[in-house]
Design a binder for this molecule. Structure first.
Ligand code: GLA
Length: 527
């Protein structure tokens, strides 16, 4: 990481500098101050102007924050644009010698604010930033850049709402892998090729995991002269990577945002919807995740449907079958309109993390969305964390069982190249995958709950059911199941334990079993 310093060493500036010094000295002689006293106001414009903090990332791209300020002597107005965020200054005190301001998100919904303190020292705007009072401040320095650089683009009109036809894909929940949960910005061409190799050698591909999806941070700094999106140094040739992934019998997915910037602050698709969809198709991309993030600076939540429709139409215009994954964190009841914009899956919540509380809060919170899942169109409670190390294997079995009962996309988020046998046995449990991939495509529901114990049921094709007995409590617990409570009057003909991989003999109207702490007993029953 290094911070770019904007020095414009021209004779012109040197002359201005010399004149300023003269003015400074003259004014201080008059006021009785000596040149050694601290300056009262270092430039005539004070803080006014356009400032940038630019930090170079390991992949050669720059992370940028812009401050467009108007110094009104005791009051500072203006905007701050930082990665995906765009703030307006709402309060301020001080001037170039020492100021503080609070800026707030412009989208009218979020109350996200950011606080800056700082002062002008020579050419540098020294800044100390905090989001919350308890945060440790981050120290940076901004430098003057030409007016207009980094300005928010104009808001483009949106299409009238209409139905985008179903693309015929994702008849069962999508299965594959995604780079974000584990690799974040470290993902690169070599890792993706290695993952593709391991998808084959580990048996993941044959278990049904088909899509290898590159998430955020593949994008280049600048579009080319024709406005085509480019890759950064981590991905030297996306087309050849797609060819490689395809040669393994797998498919390649990519990520972008409807905004000018992605969540990680990289180049977004805003204003280039058709062009980027065409580029992706030319590269051989089979899946696109379209992440709202940067679009919040230009559009309201009410406009999301039109924004997503625009890109849904663009994808279909390419003529290539491309799975369309909506990522806008479940805002604006997306499950009600996502199929209409051509969406195959839509995120229902914010980001998952590799922790029991995050996974269960998301997974067990999906009950009410069951009616919206159907072949071709799935609720997406986010990618799997199985194998990332933050949960026990019992917890990962709960994660995998819950996502299967929910007919949720199964996108592994771990390092497929180095899985333990136990993690393999969780991700590649064919009997559990078969529940997830059941062709009826009906999402399961909670049918019983008492304290930390819950029973969920999913109806399967051919008059059978998947039943998951979950124990969310901190100690093993007995859970009893009355077949009649599941609408099964007689004892079922067959019961199979999907984690033990064995048939269970049942007698009587009830089945009682001990479920491990944070664990699950997952059954398939035939009537
Ligand atoms: C958002 C999404 C994540 C991931 C990151 C990438 O947070 O919800 O799944 O794509 O952006 O920046």
């Amino acid at each position: 990481m290094r911070t770019e310093i904007f020095y414009r060493a021209s004779r012109h500036l040197a002359l201005i500098g010399f004149l300023s010094l003269l003015i400074f000295m003259t004014s201080h002689i008059g006021s009785g101050q000596t040149p050694n006293d601290p300056p009262q106001n270092t430039t005539t414009q004070g803080l006014s102007g356009n400032w940038a903090v630019k930090t170079q990332r390991a992949d050669g791209t720059w992370s940028k924050a812009y401050f467009d300020l108007k110094d009104e002597g005791g009051k500072i107005r203006g905007t701050v644009r930082s990665t995906q965020f765009y703030y307006t200054i709402i309060e301020s005190t001080g001037d170039a010698n020492g100021f503080a301001f609070t800026a707030s998100m412009k989208d009218g919904k979020s109350d996200r604010t950011v606080k800056y303190e700082g002062r002008l020292v020579g050419d540098e705007l020294k800044l100390s930033t905090r989001r919350r009072p308890e945060d440790k401040p981050t120290e940076t320095a901004a430098h003057r850049v030409p007016d207009g650089e980094g300005a928010m683009p104009a808001r483009l009109p949106l299409p009238a709402l209409k139905k985008v036809p179903y693309n015929g894909l994702a008849k069962t929940p999508t299965m594959g892998w995604n780079s974000w949960n584990l690799f974040k910005s470290r993902v690169n061409d070599e890792i993706v090729r290695g993952i593709a190799d391991a998808m084959v050698s580990s048996g993941m591909r044959d278990a049904g995991y088909t899509y290898v999806n590159i998430d955020d941070t593949w994008e280049g700094e600048q579009r080319d002269a024709q406005g085509n999106i480019t890759t950064n140094s981590k991905f030297p040739d996306m087309k050849s990577l797609a060819d490689y992934v395809h040669s393994k019998g797998l498919k390649l997915g990519i990520y972008t945002s409807p905004g000018p910037n992605t969540c990680a602050g990289y180049e977004g698709t805003y204003g280039h919807e058709e062009q980027d969809a065409r580029t992706f198709a030319t590269w051989g991309i089979d899946y696109v995740k379209y992440d709202w993030c940067g679009a919040r600076t230009l559009y309201t939540d009410e406009e999301m449907q039109a924004v997503y429709q625009k890109f849904g139409e663009a994808l279909q215009k390419t003529g290539r079958p491309i799975v369309y994954s909506l990522c806008q964190y479940g805002r604006s009841d997306v499950w009600k309109w996502a199929p209409d914009v051509g969406g195959n899956l839509w995120r229902t919540t914010g980001d998952i993390s590799d922790r029991w509380d995050s996974m269960t809060r998301i997974g067990f919170g999906q009950n009410d969305l069951a009616p919206y899942a159907k072949p071709g169109h799935w609720n997406d409670p986010d990618m799997l964390e199985v194998g990332n190390g933050g949960m026990t294997n019992d917890e990962y079995r709960t994660h995998m069982s819950l996502w299967s009962i929910l007919a949720a996309p199964l996108l592994a988020g771990n390092d497929i190249r180095s899985m333990t046998p136990e993690i393999k046995s969780i991700l590649m449990n064919n009997e559990v995958i078969a529940i997830n991939q059941d062709k009826a495509g009906m999402q399961g529901k909670r049918v019983w709950q008492a304290g930390d114990q819950e029973v969920w049921v999913r109806e399967l094709i051919g008059n059978s059911h998947a039943i998951a007995l979950f124990n969310r409590g901190p100690a093993p617990a007995d859970v009893s199941l009355k077949w009649s409570d599941l609408g099964i009057r007689k004892n079922p003909k067959s019961v199979r334990d999907l984690w033990q991989h064995k048939d269970i003999e049942i007698s009587g109207p009830e089945y009682k079993v001990s479920v491990p702490m944070h664990g699950v007993v997952f059954l398939r029953i035939g009537k």
